[in-house]
Design a protein around this ligand. Structure first.
Ligand code: ATP
Ligand code: MG
Length: 355
């Protein structure tokens, strides 16, 4: 099968007053239709810079100093921003880590979806509305009819990321670049988003570049993987092969750092990072977590029977009003010296209630 996106020998530079900083140094990778290609590496390795270069979103004075980017064999890397803008979003969409970068707080989800649909596809208003509804349902947002007319702030963080995926799908792109789409989310929503991306690749033959720090995500979701270190590609290949038999020491250290359920680690393996070496002992961490002597017996503050509802359906008749119950009669207290964790799944299935 031939590649839909072909990045060959790409070099990206950021000139500074003192030197030219090479953020991406001769990197090559290809994405085929229906494939999820993982891009992994430490912070600062150049992963997002590759995404920005493909999307022509490099911040000035950043520039592509060498190599080519091809979309279906056609070179797109030399094009100016205006030409790229028309491609961007139509044939290639980007999903950013923070959904608020992609959503405008001043417009409803319906307005943002229909606007994007109409920019890229020649459809009537009614068709655009229908499509927006379908897309929201497609990405698993319950009650899309109600949700469409809400604003981004009325969604939870995980749901917003689903909306961003819906937004990325408006133009029926052939390539999606997902830059850490799940890093800010809890594991159960992370799994839902990754399943959705997998479905898109399988059903619509979208080619996906999935940028992540997380080797677990790479193992579970990607078909091929490219490992980057300090701007360079150090290893690339079928995920199964690279994870099963890594050849580069950096890849080995990344894999060794993933905790496995069947292996009991007494320490996290050493990973050298930024020239310094960080070492964690699990026992020390566990000791710090419990710290019984520093936690006071007296509550610092107490939450008793906290309930928060959001009005979903207005009506003059109070008994016909419908509310979404976001927090239902929650009690807890927090003591001095204590680190208090709140954990849970995302909330689209929250119950609706009447007044
Ligand atoms: N606008 C910019 N100006 C100057 N340097 C930049 C700019 N954007 C990125 N860089 C540098 O390029 C290098 C690669 O950054 P990039 O954002 O691609 O890393 P990354 O692999 O995505 O890291 P992370 O996992 O933390 O997101 C970094 O050293 C960064 O400081
Ligand atoms: Mg990044």
């Amino acid at each position: 099968m031939s590649a839909i996106l072909d990045i060959a020998d790409l070099t990206v530079e950021f000139p500074t007053r003192r030197e030219i900083f090479v953020a991406v140094d001769g990197a090559s990778l290809t994405v085929e239709p229906g494939e999820i290609h993982g891009l992994v590496g430490e912070s600062g390795a150049g992963k997002s810079t590759i995404g920005a270069a493909v999307m022509a979103l490099l911040e000035r004075p950043g520039r592509i100093a060498g190599g080519t980017i091809r979309l279906r064999k056609e070179i797109i890397s030399g094009r100016d921003r205006a030409a790229m803008r028309s491609l961007r979003g139509r044939e290639i969409s980007m999903i950013f880590q923070d959904p608020l970068t992609s959503l405008n707080p001043l417009f409803t989800i319906r307005e943002q979806l229909t606007e994007t649909i109409k920019t890229h596809l020649s459809v009537t208003d009614a068709e655009a509305h229908e499509r927006a509804h379908d897309l929201l349902a497609r990405v698993g947002i319950p009650e899309p009819e109600i949700r469409l007319d809400q604003y981004p702030h009325q969604f939870s963080g995980g749901m917003r990321q689903h909306v961003v995926i819906a937004l990325a799908l408006c133009s029926e792109p052939d390539v999606i670049i997902a830059d850490e789409p799940t890093t800010a989310l809890d594991v159960s929503i992370q799994a839902k988003i990754l399943d959705l991306i997998r479905e898109l690749a399988n059903e619509r033959q979208v080619g996906v570049i999935l940028i992540t720090h997380d080797m677990g995500v790479i193992a579970d979701t990607t078909d091929r993987v490219t490992v980057m270190h300090q701007g360079k590609v150090v290893e690339t290949g079928a995920t199964r092969l690279v994870l099963g038999k890594p050849s580069h020491p950096y890849t080995k250290s990344l894999i060794a750092a993933v905790p496995r359920p069947n292996v009991k680690l007494h320490r996290f393996p050493l990973i050298s990072y930024d020239g310094r070496t960080t070492e964690f002992r699990i026992n020390d961490l566990a000791r710090n977590w419990s710290r019984p002597d520093t936690v006071s017996a007296k509550p610092l503050f107490e939450i008793g029977g906290l309930t928060k509802r959001f009005l979903q359906k207005r009506s003059f008749i109070p008994s016909r009003r419908q509310y979404l119950v976001a927090v239902n009669n929650v009690r807890f207290d927090i003591r001095q010296g204590e680190v208090f964790g709140i954990v849970g799944e995302w909330g689209p299935e929250n119950p609706l209630s009447h007044a």
